[in-house]
Design a protein around this ligand. Sequence first.
Ligand code: SF4
Length: 447
Amino acid sequence: MLDTPKKPDTAAPKVSFVSLGCPKALVDSERIITRLRAEGYELSREHAGSDLVIVNTCGFLDSAKAESLGAIGKALKENGKVIVTGCMGAEPENITAAYPDVLAITGPQQYESVLDAVHRAAPPRHDPFLDLLPPEGIKLTPRHYAYLKISEGCNHRCTFCIIPKLRGDLVSRPAGDVLREAERLAAAGVKELLVISQDTSAYGTDLKYATSTWRGREVKAKFLDLSEALGELGIWVRMHYVYPYPHVDDVIPLMADRKILPYLDIPFQHASPDVLRRMKRPAHQEKTLERIARWRDICPDITLRSTFIVGFPGETDADFEYLLQWLEEASLDRVGCFKFEPVRGAPANELDGVVPDDVKEERWHRFMQAQQVISARRLKRKVGTRQQVIIDSVGPSVAKGRSMADAPEIDGAVYVASRRPMRVGEIATVKIERADAYDLHGTAAGF
Ligand code: SF4
Protein backbone atom coordinates (compact mmCIF):
# COMPACT_ATOMS: atom_id res chain seq x y z
CA MET A 1 0.00 0.00 0.00
CA LEU A 2 1.31 3.43 -0.87
CA ASP A 3 1.71 5.97 1.91
CA THR A 4 -0.38 9.09 1.54
CA PRO A 5 2.15 11.93 1.05
CA LYS A 6 2.36 14.09 4.15
CA LYS A 7 1.59 17.76 3.66
CA PRO A 8 4.86 19.54 4.46
CA ASP A 9 4.85 21.99 7.33
CA THR A 10 4.82 25.09 5.17
CA ALA A 11 1.72 26.97 6.30
CA ALA A 12 1.60 30.16 4.25
CA PRO A 13 1.97 33.46 6.11
CA LYS A 14 -1.38 35.24 6.54
CA VAL A 15 -1.90 38.89 5.74
CA SER A 16 -4.92 40.95 6.75
CA PHE A 17 -5.55 43.86 4.35
CA VAL A 18 -7.48 47.11 4.91
CA SER A 19 -8.12 49.15 1.74
CA LEU A 20 -9.39 52.71 2.15
CA GLY A 21 -9.83 55.57 -0.32
CA CYS A 22 -10.48 56.13 -4.00
CA PRO A 23 -10.41 53.76 -7.02
CA LYS A 24 -6.70 54.52 -7.60
CA ALA A 25 -5.96 53.31 -4.09
CA LEU A 26 -8.11 50.25 -4.75
CA VAL A 27 -6.04 49.43 -7.84
CA ASP A 28 -2.90 49.75 -5.70
CA SER A 29 -4.43 47.35 -3.17
CA GLU A 30 -5.30 44.88 -5.91
CA ARG A 31 -1.78 44.95 -7.25
CA ILE A 32 -0.26 44.36 -3.84
CA ILE A 33 -2.71 41.56 -3.08
CA THR A 34 -2.08 39.93 -6.47
CA ARG A 35 1.65 39.94 -5.85
CA LEU A 36 1.19 38.58 -2.32
CA ARG A 37 -1.06 35.77 -3.54
CA ALA A 38 1.42 34.93 -6.31
CA GLU A 39 4.12 34.65 -3.66
CA GLY A 40 2.04 32.23 -1.65
CA TYR A 41 0.69 34.52 1.10
CA GLU A 42 -2.84 33.91 2.31
CA LEU A 43 -5.34 36.66 2.96
CA SER A 44 -7.30 36.78 6.17
CA ARG A 45 -10.37 38.77 7.23
CA GLU A 46 -9.16 38.89 10.82
CA HIS A 47 -6.28 40.96 12.15
CA ALA A 48 -5.92 38.62 15.10
CA GLY A 49 -4.09 35.45 14.08
CA SER A 50 -2.60 37.01 10.93
CA ASP A 51 1.15 37.40 10.57
CA LEU A 52 0.76 41.09 9.81
CA VAL A 53 -1.68 43.79 8.66
CA ILE A 54 -1.34 46.13 5.67
CA VAL A 55 -3.36 49.36 5.79
CA ASN A 56 -3.70 51.21 2.46
CA THR A 57 -4.60 54.72 3.60
CA CYS A 58 -6.34 57.74 2.11
CA GLY A 59 -5.14 61.25 2.87
CA PHE A 60 -7.44 63.34 0.70
CA LEU A 61 -9.67 64.94 3.34
CA ASP A 62 -9.20 65.37 7.09
CA SER A 63 -12.05 62.93 7.66
CA ALA A 64 -10.29 60.36 5.46
CA LYS A 65 -7.04 60.87 7.37
CA ALA A 66 -8.87 60.34 10.66
CA GLU A 67 -10.44 57.15 9.32
CA SER A 68 -7.01 55.92 8.15
CA LEU A 69 -5.40 56.66 11.53
CA GLY A 70 -8.30 54.83 13.23
CA ALA A 71 -7.70 51.78 11.02
CA ILE A 72 -3.96 51.79 11.84
CA GLY A 73 -4.71 52.05 15.59
CA LYS A 74 -7.16 49.14 15.42
CA ALA A 75 -4.66 46.99 13.49
CA LEU A 76 -1.89 47.74 15.98
CA LYS A 77 -4.16 46.85 18.90
CA GLU A 78 -5.46 43.62 17.40
CA ASN A 79 -2.26 42.41 15.72
CA GLY A 80 0.77 44.60 16.47
CA LYS A 81 2.61 44.15 13.16
CA VAL A 82 1.39 46.87 10.78
CA ILE A 83 2.65 48.16 7.42
CA VAL A 84 1.12 51.40 6.17
CA THR A 85 0.95 52.42 2.52
CA GLY A 86 -1.08 54.76 0.31
CA CYS A 87 -1.62 58.52 0.21
CA MET A 88 -1.02 59.18 3.90
CA GLY A 89 2.36 57.51 3.48
CA ALA A 90 3.47 60.56 1.50
CA GLU A 91 3.65 62.40 4.86
CA PRO A 92 4.93 59.67 7.16
CA GLU A 93 5.48 62.03 10.12
CA ASN A 94 1.68 62.31 10.60
CA ILE A 95 1.55 58.55 11.10
CA THR A 96 4.67 58.09 13.22
CA ALA A 97 3.57 60.95 15.51
CA ALA A 98 0.45 58.96 16.42
CA TYR A 99 1.85 55.43 16.00
CA PRO A 100 5.64 55.18 16.28
CA ASP A 101 5.46 51.36 16.28
CA VAL A 102 4.31 50.78 12.69
CA LEU A 103 6.81 48.54 10.88
CA ALA A 104 7.09 50.47 7.61
CA ILE A 105 5.46 53.38 5.81
CA THR A 106 5.43 53.75 2.02
CA GLY A 107 3.67 56.16 -0.33
CA PRO A 108 1.11 55.45 -3.08
CA GLN A 109 2.14 53.05 -5.89
CA GLN A 110 5.27 51.93 -4.06
CA TYR A 111 4.40 48.28 -4.48
CA GLU A 112 7.96 47.05 -4.33
CA SER A 113 8.56 48.83 -1.03
CA VAL A 114 5.38 47.36 0.47
CA LEU A 115 6.40 43.88 -0.65
CA ASP A 116 9.91 44.35 0.70
CA ALA A 117 8.46 45.35 4.07
CA VAL A 118 6.20 42.28 4.03
CA HIS A 119 9.13 40.00 3.15
CA ARG A 120 11.08 41.39 6.08
CA ALA A 121 8.23 41.06 8.59
CA ALA A 122 6.88 37.69 7.41
CA PRO A 123 9.16 36.00 4.85
CA PRO A 124 7.34 33.97 2.19
CA ARG A 125 7.55 30.24 2.84
CA HIS A 126 8.67 28.93 -0.48
CA ASP A 127 8.03 25.32 -1.30
CA PRO A 128 9.02 24.38 -4.84
CA PHE A 129 6.61 21.42 -4.82
CA LEU A 130 3.61 23.43 -3.79
CA ASP A 131 4.30 26.87 -5.23
CA LEU A 132 4.05 27.63 -8.89
CA LEU A 133 6.36 30.59 -8.66
CA PRO A 134 10.12 30.53 -8.03
CA PRO A 135 11.31 32.70 -5.11
CA GLU A 136 12.75 35.36 -7.43
CA GLY A 137 9.32 35.83 -9.08
CA ILE A 138 8.50 35.25 -12.72
CA LYS A 139 11.25 36.54 -14.97
CA LEU A 140 10.82 36.94 -18.69
CA THR A 141 14.55 36.67 -19.26
CA PRO A 142 16.57 33.42 -19.14
CA ARG A 143 17.52 32.36 -15.64
CA HIS A 144 21.10 33.60 -15.73
CA TYR A 145 20.40 37.27 -16.41
CA ALA A 146 17.73 39.69 -15.22
CA TYR A 147 16.72 43.29 -15.67
CA LEU A 148 16.82 45.46 -12.54
CA LYS A 149 14.64 48.55 -12.75
CA ILE A 150 15.87 51.31 -10.46
CA SER A 151 13.51 54.18 -11.33
CA GLU A 152 10.55 55.24 -13.45
CA GLY A 153 9.99 58.48 -15.39
CA CYS A 154 12.42 61.21 -16.39
CA ASN A 155 13.14 64.85 -15.50
CA HIS A 156 14.52 65.75 -18.93
CA ARG A 157 12.45 67.16 -21.75
CA CYS A 158 14.21 65.97 -24.90
CA THR A 159 12.02 67.38 -27.66
CA PHE A 160 11.69 64.10 -29.59
CA CYS A 161 10.52 62.11 -26.56
CA ILE A 162 7.15 61.71 -24.86
CA ILE A 163 8.28 59.47 -22.01
CA PRO A 164 8.03 62.22 -19.38
CA LYS A 165 4.44 62.86 -20.58
CA LEU A 166 3.58 59.19 -20.35
CA ARG A 167 5.46 58.20 -17.22
CA GLY A 168 5.92 61.49 -15.42
CA ASP A 169 8.99 62.84 -13.65
CA LEU A 170 11.72 60.67 -12.20
CA VAL A 171 10.67 58.43 -9.30
CA SER A 172 13.54 56.36 -7.91
CA ARG A 173 13.26 53.24 -5.78
CA PRO A 174 15.04 53.43 -2.42
CA ALA A 175 18.56 51.96 -2.62
CA GLY A 176 17.77 49.28 -0.02
CA ASP A 177 14.82 47.99 -2.09
CA VAL A 178 16.87 47.84 -5.28
CA LEU A 179 19.74 46.08 -3.52
CA ARG A 180 17.51 43.53 -1.82
CA GLU A 181 15.93 42.67 -5.17
CA ALA A 182 19.40 42.36 -6.70
CA GLU A 183 20.48 40.12 -3.83
CA ARG A 184 17.41 37.88 -4.26
CA LEU A 185 18.13 37.55 -7.96
CA ALA A 186 21.77 36.68 -7.31
CA ALA A 187 20.72 34.08 -4.71
CA ALA A 188 18.34 32.56 -7.29
CA GLY A 189 21.23 31.99 -9.72
CA VAL A 190 21.21 35.18 -11.79
CA LYS A 191 24.76 35.88 -12.98
CA GLU A 192 24.20 39.18 -14.74
CA LEU A 193 22.07 42.19 -13.80
CA LEU A 194 21.06 44.70 -16.44
CA VAL A 195 20.36 47.96 -14.67
CA ILE A 196 17.60 49.87 -16.47
CA SER A 197 15.49 53.03 -16.10
CA GLN A 198 14.78 56.01 -18.36
CA ASP A 199 17.77 57.85 -16.94
CA THR A 200 20.08 55.67 -14.85
CA SER A 201 22.64 58.33 -13.92
CA ALA A 202 19.89 60.59 -12.46
CA TYR A 203 19.04 57.82 -9.99
CA GLY A 204 18.06 59.21 -6.59
CA THR A 205 18.00 62.94 -7.45
CA ASP A 206 14.24 62.94 -6.71
CA LEU A 207 14.93 61.33 -3.32
CA LYS A 208 17.64 63.89 -2.59
CA TYR A 209 19.96 60.87 -2.41
CA ALA A 210 18.19 59.63 0.74
CA THR A 211 19.91 56.73 2.46
CA SER A 212 18.27 53.40 3.26
CA THR A 213 19.48 50.35 5.09
CA TRP A 214 21.11 47.40 3.35
CA ARG A 215 23.26 44.73 5.01
CA GLY A 216 23.15 46.75 8.22
CA ARG A 217 24.55 49.95 6.76
CA GLU A 218 23.19 53.08 5.13
CA VAL A 219 23.38 53.28 1.32
CA LYS A 220 22.67 56.52 -0.56
CA ALA A 221 20.20 56.49 -3.46
CA LYS A 222 22.93 57.76 -5.78
CA PHE A 223 24.32 56.39 -9.04
CA LEU A 224 27.87 55.94 -7.71
CA ASP A 225 26.84 54.50 -4.33
CA LEU A 226 24.34 52.10 -5.90
CA SER A 227 26.94 50.99 -8.46
CA GLU A 228 29.46 50.33 -5.66
CA ALA A 229 26.93 48.36 -3.62
CA LEU A 230 25.77 46.30 -6.63
CA GLY A 231 29.44 45.61 -7.30
CA GLU A 232 29.64 43.80 -3.95
CA LEU A 233 27.29 41.07 -5.13
CA GLY A 234 30.05 39.40 -7.16
CA ILE A 235 27.98 39.06 -10.34
CA TRP A 236 28.05 40.98 -13.61
CA VAL A 237 26.35 44.38 -13.39
CA ARG A 238 25.71 46.22 -16.66
CA MET A 239 24.61 49.86 -16.82
CA HIS A 240 22.05 50.90 -19.42
CA TYR A 241 20.54 54.29 -20.40
CA VAL A 242 23.13 56.46 -18.75
CA TYR A 243 22.54 60.13 -19.56
CA PRO A 244 25.89 61.91 -20.14
CA TYR A 245 26.03 63.88 -16.86
CA PRO A 246 29.51 64.88 -15.63
CA HIS A 247 29.23 62.61 -12.57
CA VAL A 248 29.14 59.54 -14.85
CA ASP A 249 32.95 59.94 -14.83
CA ASP A 250 32.96 58.80 -11.18
CA VAL A 251 31.85 55.24 -11.98
CA ILE A 252 34.59 54.59 -14.57
CA PRO A 253 37.15 53.57 -11.87
CA LEU A 254 34.62 50.97 -10.64
CA MET A 255 34.63 49.56 -14.16
CA ALA A 256 38.43 49.52 -14.27
CA ASP A 257 38.38 47.55 -10.98
CA ARG A 258 35.73 45.19 -12.42
CA LYS A 259 33.29 46.03 -9.63
CA ILE A 260 30.77 46.61 -12.42
CA LEU A 261 31.16 45.67 -16.08
CA PRO A 262 33.30 48.01 -18.19
CA TYR A 263 30.29 48.82 -20.34
CA LEU A 264 28.41 52.06 -20.72
CA ASP A 265 25.21 52.37 -22.70
CA ILE A 266 25.10 56.14 -23.09
CA PRO A 267 22.75 57.62 -25.71
CA PHE A 268 24.38 60.73 -27.24
CA GLN A 269 21.68 61.20 -29.94
CA HIS A 270 23.77 63.67 -31.97
CA ALA A 271 27.04 65.62 -31.98
CA SER A 272 26.21 68.93 -33.65
CA PRO A 273 25.69 71.58 -30.95
CA ASP A 274 22.82 73.13 -32.94
CA VAL A 275 20.92 69.87 -33.31
CA LEU A 276 21.53 69.00 -29.64
CA ARG A 277 20.12 72.36 -28.60
CA ARG A 278 17.00 71.74 -30.66
CA MET A 279 16.77 68.35 -29.03
CA LYS A 280 17.19 70.04 -25.61
CA ARG A 281 20.18 67.82 -24.83
CA PRO A 282 23.61 68.79 -23.41
CA ALA A 283 25.53 70.43 -26.26
CA HIS A 284 29.25 70.20 -25.43
CA GLN A 285 30.36 67.41 -27.66
CA GLU A 286 34.06 68.48 -27.86
CA LYS A 287 34.11 68.07 -24.10
CA THR A 288 32.44 64.69 -24.54
CA LEU A 289 35.30 63.60 -26.81
CA GLU A 290 37.75 64.63 -24.08
CA ARG A 291 35.73 62.71 -21.54
CA ILE A 292 35.66 59.60 -23.70
CA ALA A 293 39.45 59.80 -24.02
CA ARG A 294 39.73 60.12 -20.21
CA TRP A 295 37.40 57.16 -19.66
CA ARG A 296 39.62 55.07 -21.93
CA ASP A 297 42.72 56.19 -20.04
CA ILE A 298 41.19 55.01 -16.77
CA CYS A 299 39.56 51.87 -18.18
CA PRO A 300 41.19 50.96 -21.51
CA ASP A 301 38.81 48.13 -22.36
CA ILE A 302 35.59 50.03 -21.64
CA THR A 303 32.86 49.31 -24.21
CA LEU A 304 30.82 52.34 -25.25
CA ARG A 305 27.40 51.81 -26.78
CA SER A 306 25.27 54.70 -27.95
CA THR A 307 22.27 55.66 -30.06
CA PHE A 308 21.82 58.53 -32.49
CA ILE A 309 19.03 60.16 -34.46
CA VAL A 310 19.60 61.40 -38.02
CA GLY A 311 17.25 63.66 -39.96
CA PHE A 312 16.12 65.61 -36.88
CA PRO A 313 14.22 68.81 -37.88
CA GLY A 314 16.72 71.50 -38.83
CA GLU A 315 19.66 69.07 -39.31
CA THR A 316 21.71 70.58 -42.15
CA ASP A 317 24.30 68.88 -44.35
CA ALA A 318 26.97 70.59 -42.23
CA ASP A 319 25.41 69.21 -39.01
CA PHE A 320 25.42 65.74 -40.46
CA GLU A 321 29.04 65.96 -41.66
CA TYR A 322 29.98 67.16 -38.17
CA LEU A 323 28.27 64.11 -36.71
CA LEU A 324 30.19 61.74 -39.01
CA GLN A 325 33.48 63.36 -38.12
CA TRP A 326 32.66 63.22 -34.41
CA LEU A 327 31.75 59.55 -34.77
CA GLU A 328 35.14 58.80 -36.31
CA GLU A 329 36.92 60.55 -33.44
CA ALA A 330 34.76 59.02 -30.71
CA SER A 331 35.33 55.55 -32.17
CA LEU A 332 32.44 53.99 -30.23
CA ASP A 333 32.15 50.22 -30.03
CA ARG A 334 28.44 49.75 -30.66
CA VAL A 335 25.98 52.20 -32.14
CA GLY A 336 22.29 52.20 -33.00
CA CYS A 337 20.89 54.83 -35.36
CA PHE A 338 17.29 55.90 -35.94
CA LYS A 339 15.79 58.06 -38.64
CA PHE A 340 13.80 60.83 -36.94
CA GLU A 341 10.09 60.10 -36.86
CA PRO A 342 7.54 62.45 -35.35
CA VAL A 343 5.99 60.78 -32.31
CA ARG A 344 2.50 62.09 -31.57
CA GLY A 345 2.71 64.72 -28.81
CA ALA A 346 6.48 65.33 -29.08
CA PRO A 347 7.50 69.03 -29.17
CA ALA A 348 10.02 68.33 -31.98
CA ASN A 349 7.07 67.95 -34.37
CA GLU A 350 6.57 71.73 -34.17
CA LEU A 351 10.15 72.53 -35.19
CA ASP A 352 10.79 73.85 -38.68
CA GLY A 353 13.32 72.46 -41.14
CA VAL A 354 11.70 69.06 -41.67
CA VAL A 355 14.25 66.80 -43.40
CA PRO A 356 12.80 65.02 -46.48
CA ASP A 357 12.54 61.22 -46.24
CA ASP A 358 15.04 60.52 -49.03
CA VAL A 359 17.66 62.71 -47.31
CA LYS A 360 17.04 60.95 -43.98
CA GLU A 361 17.41 57.62 -45.70
CA GLU A 362 20.68 58.60 -47.35
CA ARG A 363 22.13 60.00 -44.11
CA TRP A 364 21.13 56.88 -42.24
CA HIS A 365 22.98 54.65 -44.76
CA ARG A 366 26.09 56.82 -44.68
CA PHE A 367 26.03 56.84 -40.89
CA MET A 368 25.64 53.06 -40.65
CA GLN A 369 28.39 52.39 -43.18
CA ALA A 370 30.79 54.70 -41.34
CA GLN A 371 30.01 53.08 -38.00
CA GLN A 372 30.28 49.55 -39.36
CA VAL A 373 33.88 50.20 -40.28
CA ILE A 374 34.57 51.63 -36.80
CA SER A 375 32.81 48.77 -34.97
CA ALA A 376 34.65 46.14 -37.03
CA ARG A 377 37.96 47.87 -36.29
CA ARG A 378 37.20 47.90 -32.55
CA LEU A 379 36.15 44.25 -32.61
CA LYS A 380 39.28 43.12 -34.46
CA ARG A 381 41.45 44.42 -31.62
CA LYS A 382 40.08 41.58 -29.51
CA VAL A 383 41.48 38.80 -31.70
CA GLY A 384 44.23 37.05 -29.71
CA THR A 385 42.90 38.22 -26.32
CA ARG A 386 41.19 36.14 -23.65
CA GLN A 387 37.66 37.20 -22.74
CA GLN A 388 35.22 36.12 -20.08
CA VAL A 389 32.09 34.86 -21.84
CA ILE A 390 28.69 34.11 -20.30
CA ILE A 391 26.97 31.26 -22.14
CA ASP A 392 23.42 31.96 -23.38
CA SER A 393 22.72 28.81 -25.40
CA VAL A 394 24.49 25.58 -26.28
CA GLY A 395 24.58 23.70 -29.57
CA PRO A 396 26.09 20.30 -30.45
CA SER A 397 29.59 21.66 -31.09
CA VAL A 398 29.51 25.40 -30.46
CA ALA A 399 27.99 27.46 -27.65
CA LYS A 400 26.76 31.01 -28.05
CA GLY A 401 27.58 33.57 -25.40
CA ARG A 402 28.44 37.17 -24.72
CA SER A 403 31.58 38.89 -23.48
CA MET A 404 31.53 41.78 -21.02
CA ALA A 405 31.19 44.01 -24.09
CA ASP A 406 27.90 42.48 -25.22
CA ALA A 407 24.49 43.15 -23.70
CA PRO A 408 21.76 40.62 -24.51
CA GLU A 409 19.48 41.34 -27.49
CA ILE A 410 21.26 44.49 -28.66
CA ASP A 411 24.96 43.63 -29.10
CA GLY A 412 26.96 40.90 -30.80
CA ALA A 413 27.78 37.36 -29.67
CA VAL A 414 30.80 35.18 -29.02
CA TYR A 415 30.69 31.70 -30.59
CA VAL A 416 32.65 29.30 -28.42
CA ALA A 417 34.07 25.90 -29.39
CA SER A 418 34.73 23.67 -26.40
CA ARG A 419 36.04 20.18 -25.73
CA ARG A 420 33.59 19.65 -22.90
CA PRO A 421 29.86 20.43 -23.12
CA MET A 422 29.10 23.89 -21.79
CA ARG A 423 26.19 24.88 -19.58
CA VAL A 424 23.85 27.82 -20.05
CA GLY A 425 24.74 30.52 -17.52
CA GLU A 426 28.34 29.46 -16.93
CA ILE A 427 31.12 31.97 -17.44
CA ALA A 428 34.13 30.66 -19.35
CA THR A 429 37.46 32.14 -20.37
CA VAL A 430 37.61 32.13 -24.15
CA LYS A 431 40.57 32.66 -26.43
CA ILE A 432 39.34 34.86 -29.28
CA GLU A 433 40.52 33.62 -32.67
CA ARG A 434 38.45 35.50 -35.22
CA ALA A 435 36.17 38.51 -35.61
CA ASP A 436 33.55 39.27 -38.23
CA ALA A 437 31.45 42.43 -38.62
CA TYR A 438 29.50 41.97 -35.35
CA ASP A 439 30.59 38.75 -33.60
CA LEU A 440 33.65 37.03 -32.18
CA HIS A 441 34.67 33.37 -32.47
CA GLY A 442 36.99 31.48 -30.14
CA THR A 443 37.76 28.39 -28.06
CA ALA A 444 37.12 27.81 -24.37
CA ALA A 445 40.42 28.03 -22.52
CA GLY A 446 39.23 27.78 -18.92
CA PHE A 447 36.13 27.49 -16.78
S1 SF4 B 1 15.00 60.78 -24.30
FE1 SF4 B 1 15.51 59.89 -22.32
S2 SF4 B 1 16.43 61.60 -21.17
FE2 SF4 B 1 15.29 62.52 -22.88
S3 SF4 B 1 13.23 62.94 -22.04
FE3 SF4 B 1 13.15 60.93 -23.04
S4 SF4 B 1 13.51 59.49 -21.37
FE4 SF4 B 1 14.21 61.51 -20.65
